[in-house]
Design a protein around this ligand. Sequence first.
Ligand SMILES: NC(=O)c1ccc[n+]([C@@H]2O[C@H](COP(=O)([O-])OP(=O)(O)OC[C@H]3O[C@@H](n4cnc5c(N)ncnc54)[C@H](OP(=O)(O)O)[C@@H]3O)[C@@H](O)[C@H]2O)c1
Length: 229
Amino acid sequence: MCHGCVRPVMPGRVARFHAAGDGDSCRVKKKRLSDQVIVVTGASSGLGRAVARLAGARGAKVVVTARSGEALDACVREIEGAGSEALAVVADCSVQDEAQQVVEQAVDRFGRIDTYVANAIVTVYAETYRYQADELRRIMDVNFFGQVYGYWAALPHLRESKGTFLSVQSALAYRGIPLQGGYCASKAALRAFFSAIDVGIGAFTQGKPLDPEALRNVIPLAPPRSRRS
Ligand SMILES: NC(=O)c1ccc[n+]([C@@H]2O[C@H](COP(=O)([O-])OP(=O)(O)OC[C@H]3O[C@@H](n4cnc5c(N)ncnc54)[C@H](OP(=O)(O)O)[C@@H]3O)[C@@H](O)[C@H]2O)c1
């Protein structure tokens, strides 16, 4: 969708982004990375930190967010060392006000958001019968609501910039595996939620109620092709 495009991303496939094609609702030409302001959640480690660093190295202005301030500061230094600008915002993505704050600080500093990368996660390894209710709730709060809060907060700005919302997902959105039931459920919830949004926005942008035509705007979600979680 062009005014806040939702892109499901599976790590390992990040580099395969390509121009919009048939059946893809994203028909607006995107800005070059060097002209973008990018927010990356979960940027203190792992994939999020790598995305932030690489985007910064290519000239993007990057807002990095997670709970670990020291790691975020190190990430900012890496990006500044590569010649770009960055801002660290310590926030818990599972708290709606904090997710909103991230977006507001990004816009205060850089004036807009072109891409929001919803990447932060937690997991708890346990057999399904051993999970504690609060463990499962925490996984859903961070992984599912964390992305949704970010989406709600960023959407007005993405509409303005004709930007993109990247929902980092997983092959495990398609099937559960032992010891990762909570994580798999959270990713499956994200997949369903954002695919529903895309259908709805497709209908909205065409100015008519949901109909089969709108279904052409569903971004295809490829079945898992690798064994990575
Ligand atoms: N690694 C894989 O093999 C793999 C495979 C498929 C999909 N993925 C997906 O790729 C993404 C990144 O995975 P990863 O392996 O790079 O994860 P990771 O290294 O565990 O990093 C998770 C990040 O989320 C942040 N985070 C956790 N709880 C948070 C909270 N409440 N609020 C804000 N930030 C929070 C962490 O920072 P703080 O602790 O500082 O908050 C950290 O920066 C995830 O969406 C995951 O589902 C990963």
